[in-house]
Design a protein around this ligand. Structure first.
Ligand code: HEM
Length: 482
């Protein structure tokens, strides 16, 4: 084709595209005009309310934007977020309805940048049959039997490794320590990587760069956090791939239960090499960031609630005393006795809101509470807004583990509590997360007293993080046998 004709075509194409853009928006506008959509503010063209919605705010609050929108428009409103028309829900029953109808009326739909970085085969972005297959692998790996026999002793071993390294009266970042703990635990269980090995430490540092990209703007230019994260992703995958090759060469069978996730996926699943790589990377991500933040938050909340620390010490002291002399480590019966501890964990997740909302898409036109919910729109169930709603929880901004005591208000609290999501995509690692926190708290309260070395607060960016890394100082309270 001659250059002249090409130029002519370009000249025609541009106005055609602009016309198409306006036509599509006009049709959309006309259609939505006829519908009884949830109410909305004005927002900016194209970018809508995204920046206002994502503006950092205290993790223990819903943020000014959300508060103002709820008070003006109610618990279900519409907005323009992440470049798409969106319905935002702070309504507990609607959130439950959305999660329960995954794959029927709604579908998991994370922004493209998340898939770009976690991988196109990441379990978090997969839907349908492939999601089900990957979910089965994850659930098998964290089954009740494995939790009792294998993961409980592993969690305790990694807890002790971290706590024993702490020096009295010398400030350190509790958030960093929590991340080290959960990363090493996952690396060991996913790929049998030992915490003290330089290779594991190198991978951990690579992972920190990777994480900064997951939560940054998806700008792929040299030097941006997203660009650096994509490079880290390649480096991390190279390590996992090497482990995979070693495993394929390995002749000897591992003991039952001692099999790591890599070995298990190679032997028992029909996934391709590329799919296994993305699955392992996304489990490392899902199982590391969330529970480490939950641990940092519980250390933070307890520091200002001595009554809860005292009750925890009594519970764990009792478990410790009942153990027969010389009996090593915690067992499942010990874990089951940690009732108050579970209330502390619930309250931490309610008030701290590690995962504040999830991304979904509407699969077909429907109505809810008189509103039209159009097919193709994005929909965000915001758990944090329910967890901090004063019509659901009394004094929602107070850390009060006793609200989970068995009575009618605890039942209502539990029904509206969704820190792990729900429905067919309910967190596959929720039981492991609870176990990690309970075992960590057991040894923490028996061994140490702690205080903030300087004031700090957790912020939602919307991922939750302590601005200064939660600097604390610890003091031994007695020589525990650990
Ligand atoms: C306190 C800690 C944790 C919290 C608050 C949490 C929260 C969540 C939430 C809200 C989801 C649902 C996402 C969605 O619906 O789009 C989820 C999914 C998931 N979580 Fe967790 N999580 C935690 C710990 C863990 C741990 C320790 C693991 C272990 C590997 C894990 C593995 C997963 C996986 C594999 C999924 C995807 C499930 C699926 O799509 O079927 N999580 N988590």
């Amino acid at each position: 084709m001659s250059g002249f004709i090409k130029e002519e075509l370009h000249l025609l194409l541009l106005p055609a595209l602009v016309a198409l853009f306006f036509y599509v928006n006009l049709v959309r506008w006309k259609r939505t005009k006829r519908l009884n959509l949830p109410p909305a503010g004005s927002g900016w063209p194209f970018i809508g309310d995204t920046f206002a919605y994502l503006k950092p705010h205290l993790a223990t609050s819903t943020g000014l934007f959300m508060e103002q929108h709820i008070s003006r428009y109610g618990k279900i409103y519409r907005s323009n977020l992440f470049g798409e028309p969106t319905i935002v829900s702070a309504d507990a029953s609607f959130n439950r309805f959305i999660l329960q109808n995954e794959g029927k009326l709604f579908q998991c739909s994370y922004p493209k940048s998340i898939g770009g970085i976690l991988g196109k085969w990441s379990m978090l972005v997969q839907v349908g049959e492939m999601h089900r297959e990957m979910r089965m692998i994850a659930l098998n790996f964290m089954s009740n039997v494995r939790l009792r026999s294998h993961l409980l002793p592993e969690v305790e071993r990694h807890t002790l490794l971290v706590l024993r390294s702490w020096r009295e009266n010398s400030p350190f970042s509790a958030q960093e320590e929590a991340k080290k703990f959960t990363f090493n635990l996952m690396a060991k269980n996913i790929m049998s990587m030992d915490p003290c090995e330089p290779e594991t430490e190198k991978l951990r540092l690579e992972y920190i760069t990777f994480m900064k990209g997951v939560v940054s703007a998806p700008l792929n230019f040299p030097g941006t956090p997203y660009w650096k994260a994509l490079r880290s992703r390649s480096n991390i995958l190279r390590v996992i791939e090497q482990k995979m090759e070693e495993r394929i060469q390995e002749k000897s069978e591992r003991q039952e239960g001692a099999e790591d996730l890599l070995g298990w996926s190679l032997k028992e699943s029909n996934l391709s090499k590329e799919q296994i790589l993305d699955l392992l990377l996304s489990l490392l991500f899902a199982g590391h960031e969330t529970s480490s933040m939950a641990l940092a938050l519980v250390i933070f909340f307890l520091e200002s609630c001595p009554k809860a620390v005292q009750q925890l010490r009594e519970e764990h002291g009792e478990i410790d005393r009942k153990k027969q002399r010389g009996q090593p480590g915690l067992n499942w019966e010990d874990y089951k006795q940690m009732e108050f501890t579970q209330r502390v964990i619930n309250e931490t997740l309610r008030l701290g809101n590690v995962v504040r909302f999830v991304h979904r898409k509407v699969l077909q036109d429907l109505q809810y509470k008189g509103y039209d919910i159009p097919c193709g729109w994005k929909i965000l169930p915001v758990f944090a807004a329910v967890h901090l709603d004063s019509s659901v929880y009394d004094h929602p901004h107070q850390f009060n583990p006793w609200r989970w005591q068995n009575n009618s208000s605890a039942t209502a609290a539990t029904n509206n509590f969704m820190p792990y999501g729900g429905g067919p995509r309910l967190c596959a690692g929720s039981e492991l997360a609870k176990l990690e926190m309970a075992v960590f708290l057991h040894h923490l309260v028996l061994r140490y007293r702690w205080e903030l070395a300087e004031p700090d607060q957790a912020f939602a960016f919307p991922f939750v993080e302590f601005r200064k890394g939660l600097p604390i100082k610890v003091y031994c309270i007695h020589d525990s046998p650990m």
